[in-house]
Design a protein around this ligand. Structure first.
Ligand SMILES: Nc1ncnc2c1ncn2[C@@H]1O[C@H](COP(=O)(O)OP(=O)(O)OP(=O)(O)O)[C@@H](O)[C@H]1O
Ligand SMILES: CC(=O)N[C@H]1[C@@H]2OC[C@@H](O2)[C@@H](O)[C@@H]1O[C@H](C)C(=O)O
Length: 373
């Protein structure tokens, strides 16, 4: 079995994440034994070209068995490029590209072939991280929380804190670092908060032909339409208790609430919707966190960050304030999770996905001929 082939103790794992924004593949090295973080290694960003992004965008919402050949080719090629050339890697964690996510319905679909990637890289690859959790009644997401727990311990945190990922979708993890293990009761509470950047990006693309609202420049010129914000907050998702998760386009209809507004007011209102969804999420924290550490591209949006700061009592800081890398945190998470899978350690628990019991998700593929270094 693989466990016997991996070196004991800390190993160098390489993780890859292709996020819901469809911007590209992040790849990053973590030195970890699956429990503790010992250090961080190099990282790389391999953007999708416009043409590749268009192929992936067309594939959104599709399930295995549907016409996916071209999209699979994009995902495999980009990952092979992103993950090649790192030195002394023992194990790879490959998230793939989420195309569809219906935890209470058809399941979850991350496009990508871990077997082929293992052959291509000559390295063992852990993939399909989410399915096992869903089979056991979980949401299959978010999965970064077990890594957030390790980060909190690496930081030496002594009091509860929270991590917020502002990607296409937002997700929040409340961590109690005083607990011994991430799957101990009360150590973690995690869930998706709502849409984050995806609707802003969609409106920027449709109205301005731009990929996103750089530095919140357009939102800053606009006024928030309170009526639209209130209608948005009436969505049943906000009444659900966590854990809960979202598909990228679960809130695509919210764009209809801003159709009548001019560009600046529309983007300001969507920004306020995403920030307010986070504030609603913060109300679920079992104890007030001593700080909120923000990762993902949304931490670069000062308007979104100001909205959070204005409404929260605790400091709201980019994860860099704690010595972490907010552009690579999720890629690192899948490196760390891969080691957990290979060692049979859980990757989710009732507090993070609502799964019935802690579960080690993921499938392991080994290359027929493993490279030596
Ligand atoms: N300078 C900036 N100003 C405003 N927004 C920004 C800036 N930089 C990045 N973003 C936003 O962050 C997004 C990318 O975030 P990120 O890479 O965390 O998303 P992702 O990993 O694809 O998403 P997810 O975590 O949902 O899978 C961009 O599409 C954009 O909306
Ligand atoms: C199904 C899926 O891919 N979900 C992503 C998405 O992007 C953010 C949010 O929605 C989170 O639930 C998850 O990703 C992060 C990395 C996670 O699993 O922790």
């Amino acid at each position: 079995m693989l466990q016997a082939k991996l070196p004991a103790g800390r190993i160098r794992a390489l993780g890859a994440m292709s996020g819901t924004s469809l911007d590209g593949v992040d790849a990053a090295v973590v030195e970890t034994d699956g429990t503790r973080i010992f250090g961080f290694g190099p990282s790389r960003y391999r953007p999708y070209t416009q043409a590749e992004r268009a192929v992936l965008a067309r594939a959104l919402g599709r399930w295995p068995g549907e016409d996916l050949g071209e999209a699979l080719e994009v995902v495999q090629t980009a990952h092979l490029e992103a993950l090649s050339g790192f030195e002394d890697i023992d194990l790879v964690g490959f998230h793939g590209q989420t195309l569809a996510h219906e935890p209470q319905g058809r399941g979850t679909h991350q496009l990508g072939d871990g077997d082929a990637l293992a052959q291509g890289l000559g390295l063992p690859v852990v993939w399909d991280f989410r399915s096992a959790d869903i089979r056991l009644g979980g949401e299959g997401a978010p999965l970064a929380p077990f890594y957030h727990f390790a980060c909190a311990q690496w930081m030496g945190a002594e009091a509860p804190l929270a991590f917020l990922n502002l990607g296409g979708v937002g997700n929040l993890t409340w961590v109690d670092p005083r607990k011994g293990r991430p799957d101990e009761e009360g150590a973690l509470l995690a869930f998706d908060t709502g849409p984050a950047n995806a609707p802003i990006n969609d409106v920027m693309q449709a109205r301005r032909g731009e990929a996103f609202d750089r530095d919140g420049a357009l939102a800053r010129q606009g006024r928030v339409a309170q009526g639209a914000l209130e209608v948005f907050l009436e969505d049943g998702f906000f009444l659900r208790m966590p854990p809960k998760s979202l598909d990228r386009d679960a809130f695509a209809d919210m764009i209809g609430l801003v159709t009548e507004l001019d560009d600046a007011d529309a983007v300001a209102t969507l920004t306020a919707m995403s920030a307010t969804a986070v504030l609603r999420g913060m109300e679920h924290c079992p104890e007030p966190p001593e700080r909120l550490l923000v990762t993902g591209g949304g931490r670069h949006n000062p308007v979104m960050m100001e909205m959070l700061r204005a409404a929260l009592d605790c400091p709201v800081e980019p994860v860099e304030a704690a010595g972490l890398d907010g552009d690579m945190l999720e890629a690192q998470a899948f490196a760390h999770l891969a080691v957990r899978v290979a060692r049979g350690l859980p990757t989710s628990c009732p507090g993070t996905t609502g799964v019935r019991a802690s579960v080690a998700g993921g499938t392991l593929s080994r290359p027929q001929r493993q490279e030596t270094g």
